[in-house]
Design a protein around this ligand. Sequence first.
Ligand code: HEC
Length: 505
Amino acid sequence: MTGRLLKGLLAVVAFSLCGLLMGIAATSDSTAPQSASKTTFYKDVLPILQNNCQSCHRAGEVAPMALMTYDDARPWAVAIKAAVLTQKMPPWYADPQYGHFSNERKLSTQDIKTLVTWVNGGAQPGDPKDAPAPVKFVDGWNIGTPDKVIEMPVAYNVPAEGTVDYQYMVIPAGFAQDTWVRAAEVRPGNRALVHHVIAFIRSPESQWMRDAKPGEFFVPKKTEQDDSAKKSDKSDKSDKKDDESANSNPEKQQTSNEPRRQRRRGEIGDLLVGYAPGIQPLDLTSDQAKLIKAGSDIVLQLHYTANGTAGADKTKIGLIFAKQPPRLRNVTIGASNPSFKIPPNDGNYEVKSQVRLEETVTLADLMPHMHFRGKDFLYQVIYPDGRTETLLSVPKYDFNWQLGYTLEKPLVLPKGTRIECTAHFDNSVNNPYNPDPNKEVKWGDQTWEEMMIGWFSVAVDPKASTAGLVKFEKPGTRTPPDQPDTKAGGVASGTSGGSNTGSTR
Ligand code: HEC
């Protein structure tokens, strides 16, 4: 009885929905040609391209073609429709269920509709008088005209073929005074050959890469890597890896040679800015800045990939200074796990990493990093009271788009909070990027090896030392932070009870 009634009701609903849809179809049909022809490039489409596409789609930027003018865009009309309907463009990978990000790249439903209507209506130009004023881009930079440019003094010659070891170059930053940087951008000299660049800040007291002559290319010695690998129980992390994640695992830094031990005692080396396809430049809110101490160096890590044609690269970095000392210092830390072994043909291998905050900090942004086998990445925080919150979920990680996610509202995380990252790797034949599903895969620099780093930036008191800001923990550790911890020698004080032994979900 009720079943039939329900079916009847459903039929009525379906029928009226149908009518409704037909009605819509009918009305839009009768107006379609008109409204489509009314939707023009200059009036409707150009503003959308300006706001959402031209940062990448203009000469000298990451996209292969410009979308600045009607003539630029017209041949791409059909491709534009497809790219926005599938949400391939603009590139953005965060699951909208979690978090709000100030650098979100997403078209509104209305904008998608406008683009599609324009294409369906024959991609009409319309009247150039309707065009908005062109956006004023600073040629060669997305951060605006830099206050200072630091450039490699010599070019690197990338061969036509073969694997190029990560190259490092120490460049004196040239500051006689402590300098606060609000924005920074890496500009590769040759995008076709540069896979990625990371610029680290090396403070004067740091011994990291002291063997390297400033201004010359440097590859950390293989023997050193082997030695440290042998000494380390997690034997699969190379020396070079330490460099990429200079702050990501002090435990490992301790196990190897003297320079690194010294580095650990001092301030941690900060990551200034990175370049990889899709990465947005560092562009901090007005109350935050990165500190480059007087006498510091910039250490560039350069990953070149041969592409069949030899060529040279001279990468540079642009800096914009903070107008005044900031309220908060921005420091980037990596929660990495270097000790995984992904079995051959495993399509969903889980790797976790975890840090515990030893101070109360403000979380500013997140950037997951994996290589070709990276499948998904999740950031969660576990508060001292046991509450768990998902900050970012990237359900379909794409190695080609190394995106950073800036929290719309910076999040205060009390001392004792844990940041837990969970990644999955697809080492199966179903992963089209997988270079070899039959291989066991460990940590390594090259893209056919893997990495697992949950980079995150925190904002802290500018006067506070950043040494010991976080503690690197075994994933899954849930000891209450305010109870004595045999390993860390934590401070015993009043406990909050046994409620914080696990996550809430
Ligand atoms: C962050 C940089 C970036 C932004 C923003 C961006 N694009 Fe792209 N776009 C690229 C890159 C890089 C490629 C080439 C690589 C690729 O296809 O993934 C591309 C490719 C394309 C293609 C070719 C797709 C294909 O299947 O061959 C179209 C069409 C396109 N973009 C349209 C747009 C439109 C429209 C917007 C704005 C709504 C936009 N893009 C925003 C970087 C960007």
